[in-house]
Design a protein around this ligand. Structure first.
Ligand SMILES: [Zn+2]
Length: 221
């Protein structure tokens, strides 16, 4: 099915003009080597129920453990950045397909030598919210600007498809939750392409336009 490192790169390398993520001074990964530690052998994953805040835990999908030595502790959240995956369009709504796709992101990111999936949250087509990298750790989703930057990935390719209504509702709900919890004003809720120097189309034109509306209307209310 889905294979190939270029394909697995996700929003970070959606085209030849896109810079690679990130140039971080991680202590035990030489810049540019992309050397990854091998993941432990996959173990069966029991079905998980959402936690009280409606977020499925990382254990619901992840088939490998994070490498804490390849991550920095998270700083206080100042920004929230929204992404798409930029891969082949994705329309499945079932739990297992979503879990498998998140595992693809993790595998691709680990293959670059990152400590875990780069995003803190993932929102699937059904509107489920999944924990990605624990917020104990700084993410890896905007080149050179990951400090205090909470990353939310919306599953799909929004240059080629539209976000589902349930995704948009879940995204808005989760943005509200995170904005309130970390006191992030709407002016500091960005999309990937809005960062200075970000050479990317992420999160795709169809989510970019919805984000503009959401920020100017519903999130401001
Ligand atoms: Zn992105």
């Amino acid at each position: 099915m889905l294979a190939g490192l270029a394909f697995l790169a996700g929003c970070a390398t959606t085209g030849s003009s896109v810079s690679k993520l990130p140039d971080l001074a991680w202590p035990d990964v030489a810049p540019g080597t992309g050397t990854a530690r091998p993941s432990p052998k996959p173990q069966p994953i029991p079905p998980a129920k959402p936690s009280v805040d409606g977020v499925l835990p990382r254990s619901a999908w992840a088939r490998g453990t994070p490498d804490a030595d390849a991550m920095n502790p998270m700083l206080p959240v100042e920004y929230i950045t929204v992404h798409h995956d930029g891969m082949t369009p994705f329309t499945a709504t079932d739990y297992a397909s979503s879990a498998a796709r998140i595992e693809l992101y993790r595998n691709g990111h680990r293959g670059r030598g990152w400590g875990d999936i780069g995003y803190h949250y993932v929102i699937d087509r059904e509107g489920r919210i999944w924990e990605g990298r624990s917020l104990k750790w700084q993410g890896a989703h905007v080149r050179n600007r990951n400090e205090g930057n909470l990353g939310i990935l919306v599953m799909g390719n929004f240059d080629e498809q539209a976000p589902s209504d349930r995704q948009l509702a879940a995204l808005e709900r989760h943005l509200r939750t995170c904005m309130a919890k970390y006191r992030v004003p709407v002016a500091r809720v960005r999309t990937h392409r809005e960062w200075d120097g970000a050479k990317t189309a992420c999160p795709g034109k169809n989510l970019q336009s919805r984000m503009a509306t959401m920020r100017s209307k519903s999130l401001r209310a």
